[in-house]
Write a protein that binds this ligand. Structure first.
Ligand code: FPP
Ligand code: K
Ligand code: ZN
Length: 509
């Protein structure tokens, strides 16, 4: 976890209070100053005075009746002395979230707190928020018209994670999906809209979520296969729509669609990637290399080669690679894992506990998924015996990120406090369907651990197995557990098996 604290001494730890100013002379006289990273045990009085103390004493240490690690209740001990818009917004964000993390801002009648000082999940409020978001939306949502497939996916996936049975939406999903499908293949945002990989991904996942053969049969698989061939590029990647941009979202969405629908991989001569002299060049050729080229100097992943690393693309990269072969082999083969892990870890902030999407930006609940859900994928890949690291199964406390921090940020800061329900970016933002889905998915990632079964699910596929953290092993209550979702497809495993099994059983078109 990333705080600005990097220096501690071997003195006994003291309660966090603003440290007295020190002269550099005095600092030089200090003995036993070690440069070690130990965020939980900072002794401020001995930190080298060259690191300025500009911490305003505006956050009194809360007198907690319950024990919350001070990592999550106190601002970082060291602040950059040169204020910029970036550092000011970051300080304001800490001011905004600390009262929530320390149980000073929640409506006491809405929440109960457990022994860890963590409020309960407002399950019913979030369910009713998602159910109403599936209905007719007010006129101001017209700007989101092309995102209707996303609303379907976000709401159905969120409801499934909250334990709801979404099969009652089968008829509605069938009708809506038919209206969005184009005769040239793929799904657009609505009737008359161009097919796009993101909207197609969302519709296919919505269909998988509600399930049923009649629903699966809505998908024109042959049209989908031809349309995907038209998006495939010779450099390995995919355009997101005909003539549109090529980026890593396209690669991930295409890999999800191809594997869920069990599509053939061959290209027809009308594909821009078709190579008459190399008939082995197919829909998935070069995808992993394309992903490799998106890793940046920071270690994170950008949307396209040579752009800025962003958490949403890290998930796309890992998810895409995990579908191209055994994740334990493919992920370390195509990505520099140490530098990616360093970048991902730097996205988790203290005291917030949540994740930011990129360097020098703010925590946001949706990165609980885009960044948080990268960790279970990497943990599983590293622990698998197929991995070159050859380590054994991880222990419960072997997390590569702070599950506690993430769960605290989500349950304390991301839950709407009123009748509206739903989950949000941060306390100053309104809940919405997108954040509700991805905050819940991040919560699910924090509550579960994934392992890769070498024998797999058959058909050469790795088998993903989930191990739930039990009550007491983490800071949440058993009744607040959300359902596990497949770490790559982000829908329940049963929904993945149902759709794959159906299309595999069917064979050709
Ligand atoms: C920056 O937004 C956001 C991005 C650069 C990428 C967003 C992409 C996704 C969330 C999803 C992509 C994945 C699929 C599967 C379609 P910002 O500047 O508002 O936020 P920030 O300050 O947190 O970076
Ligand atoms: K954001
Ligand atoms: Zn967000």
């Amino acid at each position: 976890m990333s705080t600005t604290t990097t220096t501690t001494s071997n003195k006994p730890s003291q309660p966090p209070s603003p440290p007295p100013p020190q002269s550099s002379q005095k600092a030089e006289e200090e003995e036993n100053i070690e440069i070690v990273s130990d965020d939980n045990d900072s002794d401020f009085s001995s930190i080298d005075s060259e690191i300025p103390f500009t911490n305003p004493p505006s956050h009194p240490f809360p007198s907690n009746p319950i024990m919350i690690d001070s990592l999550f209740t106190t601002p970082p001990p060291i602040l950059d002395p040169f204020p910029t818009q970036t550092s000011i917004l970051q300080s304001e964000t800490i001011d905004e979230v600390l009262p929530f993390l320390t149980a000073q801002s929640q409506q006491p009648d809405l929440f109960t707190y457990n022994d860890f000082g963590v409020p309960s999940l407002r399950r019913e409020a979030h369910i009713s928020f998602l159910r109403s978001s599936l209905g007719r939306l007010p006129g101001r949502f017209v700007a989101a018209d092309a995102s209707r497939p996303w609303f379907l996916y976000w709401c159905l996936s969120g409801l499934a994670m909250l334990g709801e049975d979404v099969r009652e939406y089968r008829d509605a999903v069938r009708e809506t999906a038919r209206s969005m499908q184009n005769p040239t293949g793929g799904f657009g945002g609505g009737g008359g809209q161009l097919s796009h990989l993101a909207t197609t991904y969302a519709v296919v996942l919505a269909i998988a979520l509600v399930g049923g053969e009649e629903t699966y049969e809505v998908i024109d698989r042959r049209g989908m296969w031809r349309w995907l061939g038209g998006l495939k590029q010779r450099d390995g990647g995919f355009e997101v729509c005909k003539g549109g941009e090529e980026d890593i979202r396209g690669a991930y969405c295409a890999a999800v669609i191809i594997t869920l629908l069990d599509l053939p991989l061959d290209l027809t001569p009308d594909s821009p990637a078709y190579k008459p002299d190399d008939p082995s060049f197919n829909l998935l050729t070069g995808v992993a290399d394309y992903v490799r080229r998106c890793q940046t100097y920071e270690g994170g992943i950008s949307g396209q080669p040579s752009a800025e690393a962003h958490g949403a693309y890290a998930f796309c990269a890992l998810g895409c690679l995990a579908l191209l072969g055994h994740p334990a082999k493919v992920i370390p083969e195509y990505l520099n894992l140490p530098s990616l892990l360093s970048w991902l870890s730097s996205r988790q902030y203290a005291p917030e506990g949540g994740f930011s999407g990129r360097t020098n930006k703010l925590v946001d609940g949706c990165y609980s998924h885009w960044v948080g859900a990268c960790f279970p994928l990497i943990e599983a890949a590293l622990a698998s015996s197929s991995s070159s690291s050859g380590s054994s199964q991880p222990a419960a406390n072997d997390s590569l990120f702070s599950r506690e921090g993430l769960i605290r940020y989500i349950l304390c800061c991301c839950q709407d406090q009123g009748k509206r329900g739903g989950l949000r970016d941060k306390p100053s933002k309104m809940s919405d369907a997108y954040h509700t889905c991805y905050v819940l998915s991040g919560l699910s990632a924090g509550m579960h651990q994934w392992v890769l079964d070498e024998d797999g699910e058959g058909e050469g596929e790795p088998g993903w197995m989930v191990l739930p953290y039990l009550e007491g092993e983490q800071v949440f209550e058993g009744r607040d557990r959300v359902r596990a979702v497949h770490p790559v497809y982000v829908i329940p495993q049963g929904a993945v098996r149902g759709m794959k099994g159906y299309f595999r059983g069917k064979g050709g078109f």
